[in-house]
Write a protein that binds this ligand. Structure first.
Ligand SMILES: Nc1nc2c(c(=O)[nH]1)N[C@H]1C(S)=C(S)[C@@H](COP(=O)(O)OP(=O)(O)OC[C@H]3O[C@@H](n4cnc5c(=O)[nH]c(N)nc54)[C@H](O)[C@@H]3O)O[C@H]1N2
Ligand SMILES: Nc1nc2c(c(=O)[nH]1)N[C@H]1C(S)=C(S)[C@@H](COP(=O)(O)OP(=O)(O)OC[C@H]3O[C@@H](n4cnc5c(=O)[nH]c(N)nc54)[C@H](O)[C@@H]3O)O[C@H]1N2
Ligand code: SF4
Ligand SMILES: [Mo]
Length: 726
């Protein structure tokens, strides 16, 4: 008898006639892939393809980019502004006029009653730079609250802070092309194949052509770790001890670049004094990597013709995130690996435009990396916008992670959330809900009406999403790239730029300011504001950006086609042009496992999902891979606890508990578990989120938990089903 079918239907690919291809840049991660969306004769987006001559992705896309156009027709988009008097009332459909009037009136009422800073604003890394710039002008020049921040405090704050401390300014100095020149790559707490798949592809391509050693530092055996020559599974939160010990070996064995240190750095003597104390033997006791392996790693790094370090959240999200970044910079400064092809400290950014908000949103100061503390910067912004400089606060206000406690203390009474979902993404999430419910007024501006924060809000403003409006993003390698409008926003949803300019009109103070209302006009203003700054856009236009498939800043009359690297001549942004070597003692101040809570809880991402799943949870081709909350557990641990694959367990921390399905894998060590961050009412119920003292970023990746097998699996399945799945 024959197996299988005797007759096979011919495979037919569906024919999708395309009327036009629209140029855009992917709106998920910070890789910055150029993609074109195919639109049919009815104006509907039906397919997408990578752009071949774009240097970033060279025609490739990961699965999120491929299916991104499906967000246009995804469920639960906000199509009408909503309003209610009290959060116990049901929402009423409303108009833009009514909701914007109400928002402006509530901001003014609260500020008049409790002071300018009693109204807070938390934004994102996912708007266009034109939108960030306009929001910054509205907040700094009109509303005037100093409690204005973005979700980048959850994400890139430690990198920003570390760059500023070492180099005198923010700004990642390297680029993807560095993979093609480097002699050694050190990657800390970064899982490129899942989180930045196309950067990984660039790295893989470079290593296939010209093999070079890759060292991965991560407590988990990530996909990147599996590709490494050396994997260092550090004890969570101890990278600083490892980095200091590497510097110790380099200085002890005379492998440093003396000439570079002398010409381009300050602080060497102090640094050396501390580093002398940081022997690999001492580090071994802290970070769990043997002294021999630390020595070997340090030698490989220092002896390479050029060596580069990349890192992401494994470093930034720790109680020594900022110190970790500065320690990476120390390592590259003492080996002369900054600003040269293949030699760099390249922070891999997170969100599609986390860079744009750092450059132009004025969250931490004033536009184009200007600060509130600098007199000349204040004078420039005041003059440029037509504001009295005295209206600007003297120094930066609270970060997102300090805004929520200030609400709890009653110091902040009103909040505007723009494109961020703290009810799922902030540590200790049940507390976040309580805090939001304390506000006298909460306005949520989001592309989706089902985002959890809407449950606590008074006004909901429906925003247009990526591809429903035009503007630019800056990627990890400082490349500014363009998103053109592909389709109209659904219903009455409006671009964030429109919302900001319309809201501005409702404040008396805004009468003296000019708010440009087209992306191109705002972009021109950005160019002018950035002229002569490190993040100089002055020679860019939307058209030039599209033609070049993205341009790396600085781009000015001197560098018309952009600049792949910063600090190529060893001149840094401190007044004397020198970088700082900083002595960074390791302090053990994390929550660590104990008898009662014996496991490390680690959290992060998986390739198919984006953050709180407002987008990817509704795209079948992505959500199907992991539709429900789960946890990675080592099989040996499972055996000890009597847990089998796909059992429901309760994970308990000092804060709260969460129910997850168990996936058995050797990726995690027997004393650790990993839960993806993407699910509502899940891992962030458990996370403590101690803050880094410099960046105020939470240590999301180090908490202590215990695990209980649920006796009644049927009941657990019902409970789990009640958890939100889209
Ligand atoms: N698919 C997908 N891609 C994304 C995102 C997404 O949601 N989904 N989000 C984007 C954003 S905003 C960001 S910030 C990036 C994040 O990108 P990544 O930082 O690469 O992703 P994570 O999974 O958060 O964490 C990376 C690794 O840090 C490790 N880690 C945990 N603790 C430590 C430690 O103490 N030391 C070290 N060395 N490593 C540790 C974890 O085990 C994990 O493998 O991804 C971006 N790309
Ligand atoms: N446990 C744990 N928690 C973490 C992390 C972790 O590793 N572990 N990582 C942290 C990090 S690095 C990050 S970046 C944060 C991310 O945390 P969030 O910023 O809270 O997560 P998102 O789901 O990206 O939220 C973005 C929101 O903006 C909306 N949106 C998208 N585009 C637009 C637009 O154009 N306009 C408007 N108005 N709205 C839009 C989306 O619908 C969504 O609701 O999570 C942090 N939380
Ligand atoms: S790698 Fe990042 S930017 Fe590129 S397609 Fe995937 S999600 Fe989009
Ligand atoms: Mo992030």
């Amino acid at each position: 008898m024959l197996f299988g079918r005797t007759h096979k239907n011919e495979i037919k690919l569906p024919v999708k006639p395309i009327e036009k291809w629209v140029y855009t840049t992917c709106g998920y991660c910070s890789t910055g892939c150029s993609l074109e969306v195919g639109v049919n004769a009815e104006g509907k987006a039906v397919t997408a393809r990578g752009v071949n001559d774009a240097d970033v992705n060279r025609g490739k896309l990961c699965l999120k980019g491929i299916f991104e156009y499906e967000v246009f027709e995804s469920k639960n988009r906000g199509t009408v502004p909503l309003i209610r008097k009290d959060r116990a009332d049901p929402y009423q459909k409303s108009t833009w006029d009514e909701t914007l009037n109400k928002t402006a009136a509530e901001i003014s009422r609260i500020q008049a009653l409790y002071g300018r800073d009693s109204f807070a604003i938390v934004s994102t890394g996912q708007l266009y730079t034109e939108e960030f710039y306009t929001l910054g002008k509205l907040v700094r020049g009109v509303i005037g609250t100093n409690n204005y921040d973005g979700n980048t405090t959850l994400c890139m704050a430690s990198a920003v802070s570390g760059y500023k401390r070492s180099f005198g300014s923010d700004g990642p100095p390297g680029c993807y092309e560095d993979f093609e020149h480097t002699g050694c790559l050190l990657a800390l707490g970064s899982n490129l194949p899942e989180q930045h798949p196309i950067i990984y592809y660039r790295l893989k391509e470079a290593r296939d052509r010209r093999p070079f050693p890759m060292i991965v530092v991560d407590p988990r055996v990530t996909m990147l770790a599996q590709m490494a020559d050396i994997h260092l599974p550090v004890t969570p939160g101890t990278d600083l001890a490892l980095l200091n010990a590497m510097a110790h070996v380099i200085l002890k064995e005379g492998l440093q670049d003396e000439a570079y240190i002398r010409a381009h750095t300050n602080g060497f003597d102090n640094f050396k004094k501390l580093i002398e104390e940081c022997s690999p033997e001492k580090a071994e006791a802290i970070c769990g990597i043997t002294a021999d392996l630390i020595r070997k790693t340090a030698r490989i790094y220092a002896e390479a013709n050029a060596a580069m370090t990349i890192w992401t959240m494994g470093i930034n999200q720790s109680t020594h995130g900022s110190d970790g970044v500065a320690a990476i910079n120390n390592l590259n400064l003492i080996t002369g690996n900054i600003g040269k092809p293949g030699g760099t400290s390249l922070s891999i950014t997170g969100q599609c435009n986390a860079m744009g908000t750092r450059e132009f949103s004025s969250c931490s100061g004033l536009p184009a990396y200007r600060t509130l503390e600098n007199k000349a910067d204040r004078a420039f912004a005041a003059d440029f916008w037509g504001v009295d400089a005295r209206y600007f606060p003297e120094k930066r206000g609270l970060t997102e992670t300090d805004i929520f406690p200030a609400i709890e203390r009653g110091e902040i009474k009103g909040l505007w959330l723009i494109a961020t979902n703290p009810m799922t993404s902030m540590p200790n999430s049940p507390q976040i809900r309580n805090i939001l419910d304390q506000l006298e007024f909460l306005v949520v501006q989001d592309a989706y009406a089902d985002v959890e924060t809407v449950e606590s809000a008074h006004v909901y403003l429906p925003a247009a999403l990526w591809g429903e409006k035009t503007g630019v993003f800056t990627n990890t390698e400082r490349r500014v790239n363009l998103v053109r409008k592909v389709v109209e926003p659904p219903g009455q949803a409006k671009p964030d730029l429109w919302i900001f300019t319309q809201l501005a009109k409702r404040f008396e103070r805004a009468k003296d300011l000019h708010f440009a209302d087209t992306p191109a006009a705002v972009f021109d203003e950005i160019r002018a504001a950035s002229k002569g700054r490190l993040c100089d856009y002055s020679a860019m236009t939307h058209e030039k950006i599209e033609a070049a498939r993205g341009i790396q800043w600085p781009c000015n009359t001197k560098n018309q086609t952009g600049s792949p690297r910063l600090y190529t001549e060893g001149r840094f942004q401190y007044p004397d042009g020198k970088a700082k070597l900083i002595a960074l003692p390791f302090v053990d101040n994390n929550e660590v496992p104990c008898e009662e809570y014996p496991f490390w809880l680690n959290s992060g991402r998986v390739i198919e999902h984006w953050h709180t799943r407002t987008k990817t949870g509704k795209i079948g081709n992505l959500n199907k891979f992991s539709p429900a909350p789960y946890m990675e557990m080592n099989p040996r641990t499972a055996e000890e606890l009597g847990v089998r694959a796909m059992d429901f367990v309760r994970v308990i921390s000092r804060r709260s508990s969460a129910i997850v399905l168990v996936q058995l894998t050797e990726r995690v060590a027997p004393d650790a578990v990993f839960i993806p961050m993407h699910y509502y009412n899940c891992v962030n119920r458990l996370v403590k989120g101690l803050l880094d003292p410099y960046s105020r970023q939470p240590a999301y990746k180090q908490s202590a938990v215990r695990i209980e097998l649920l006796m009644d699996q049927d009941a657990a399945a019902k409970t789990a089903a009640r958890l939100r799945t889209y």
